[in-house]
Design a protein around this ligand. Structure first.
Ligand code: EPZ
Length: 430
């Protein structure tokens, strides 16, 4: 088992390049099998979730050729299996995007039902409601979702909750349905737009992505394309908060500043200076930050995937902050770990009340999930002394070369896999 060992206290200073968006890439890779022609995808992040999904895609028979770390070619003409293994869905829920992709292309798909996960219960009723509205028969058999249709027919679908996954899954299937589909109350996240742009570049006819009404005119066939994935706004935001929490000065490059507006606004509110360039954002923190309140919401609101990172930063800010999580029910699991580092954080229901402290002190903590894990690393970078973060496998699901990028900004962080290596690090950093 690997860990991060961190000696805190260095302000992060410098420039860092952001990888492609994991959550856009997961859907785009699944959608890439919807044609028999070859698709080339660029700006792919080299993270575990992506690599597992590529394995799942290869396992159903598609040809997957990794050209380099950030480029892959996929050809779906050799798919021989319309059923995805539980092994993959267990590792990444997003393999459920193969449901919409296979159903759209072959009118048949079998994907194991994903269970709950670390951040709470994660129903997929809206995905299934959408497939049914398109005329598919959807049943649960032996733990798997089986969706099939003689033909898919466009429909007018009103989503009961704003769901990124359901919007994308329905958009994929509807791209190859007969006639027109309208998705109302659709998610507006940048990655929904990116998937729509990708499908359109394959010949789909999708309009309105990025608004809450998406209109799709089904086409019979999709074709080859070359496509570059948008930058990861959550990775970017994580580095922006790392700069803030360590009183640093960091420029995150290869970003779309518009996608970072909710994060930028909060950083300014708590006293950081944020400068926007065409494709970069610089965050400078040169005094103690101040309290704020924040509530997570669907885009363009403040993202749930940035909730632990702001909470860690507020743990060191002056005054009392309130953080409300309105998307997932169990996204404060890191609070107890943060308390062990000296934070004053109390969770009541979906709210965390944080009384800022002057300093955090290093401790041994465990990453409970991907974003909370990254937030605990930020806490370690800002804390006095040594922090060890266990279970970094969660962090590796979504952050490319996390420790290398942090080191390039002056952080003292190492990935280790034994107590001996931890001791060596302690001796080295003194
Ligand atoms: C996506 O998950 C992201 N994952 C999550 O990223 C992110 O936290 C989340 O969107 C919200 O932005 C991927 O893109 C792979 P939802 P998703 O469907 O699509 C409820 C990360 O750290 N809901 O938008 O699964 C649901 O319970 C992560 O990278 C239903 O009730 O999220 C939640 O309360 C983890 N029924 C809300 O909607 C449904 O059928 C939003 O979930 C679907 C969702």
């Amino acid at each position: 088992m690997e860990q991060y060992v961190i000696k805190g206290g260095n302000p992060l200073v410098g420039e860092v390049d952001i990888a492609g968006a994991k959550n856009a890439a997961l859907a785009i890779l699944a959608a890439a099998i919807m044609t028999d022609e070859t698709i080339l995808i660029e700006n792919l992040p080299d993270v575990r979730d992506i690599n597992v999904l590529l394995e799942a895609i290869a396992k159903i028979g598609a040809h997957v050729e990794r050209i380099d770390r950030s480029v892959v070619k996929i050809n779906g003409s050799t798919i021989g299996e319309l059923s995805v293994d539980y092994e993959y869905i267990k590792k990444i829920r997003a393999s459920y995007y193969l449901l919409g992709a296979l159903l759209g292309k072959y009118k048949h798909a079998e994907v194991p039902l994903p269970g709950g996960c670390n951040i709470g219960s994660r129903p997929i009723d809206q995905h299934l409601k959408g497939f049914r509205a398109l005329g598919a028969k959807v049943s649960i058999l032996h733990g798997a979702i089986v969706a099939e249709a003689k033909e898919l027919k466009g429909s007018h679908i009103f989503m009961d909750v704003v769901s990124v996954g359901a919007t994308i899954n329905i958009m994929m299937a509807a791209s190859m349905a007969q006639g027109r589909t309208i998705i109302e109350n659709a998610a507006r996240e940048p990655h929904v737009v990116d998937v729509a742009n990708f499908l359109n570049s394959m010949g789909a006819n999708i309009k309105g992505a990025g608004t809450d009404v998406i209109r799709i005119k089904g086409v019979e066939k999709l074709h080859k394309t070359e496509y570059s994935i948008i930058p990861d706004q959550i990775e970017a935001g994580t580095f922006m908060f790392a700069a803030a929490a360590t009183q640093g000065d960091v420029t995150v490059r290869n970003v779309i500043p518009k996608h970072l507006e909710a994060t930028t606004a909060k950083l300014e509110e708590i006293g950081c200076q944020v400068e926007e360039f065409d494709d970069a954002v610089r965050v400078v923190a040169n005094k103690r930050l101040r309290r704020t309140h924040v509530k997570t919401l669907p885009y363009p609101g403040y993202p749930t995937d940035m909730q632990p990172q702001i909470a860690v930063t507020l743990a060191l800010a002056e005054g009392t902050s309130i953080v409300t999580e309105s998307i997932f029910e169990n996204r404060f699991k890191y609070a107890d770990e943060l308390s062990r580092m000296g934070a004053n954080i109390k969770v009541e229901g979906n709210t965390a009340i944080i009384d800022g402290v002057q300093k955090l002190t290093g401790a041994r903590v465990s990453a409970p999930d991907l974003r909370a894990g990254a937030a605990l690393v930020i806490a370690g970078l800002a804390a006095d002394g040594i922090t060890i973060v266990d279970d970094i496998v969660y962090i590796q699901r979504g952050y490319e070369s996390f420790e290398e990028k942090l080191r390039s900004l002056g952080a003292e962080i190492e990935k280790v896999s034994s107590e001996k290596e931890i001791q060596k690090f302690r001796l080295r950093v003194g």
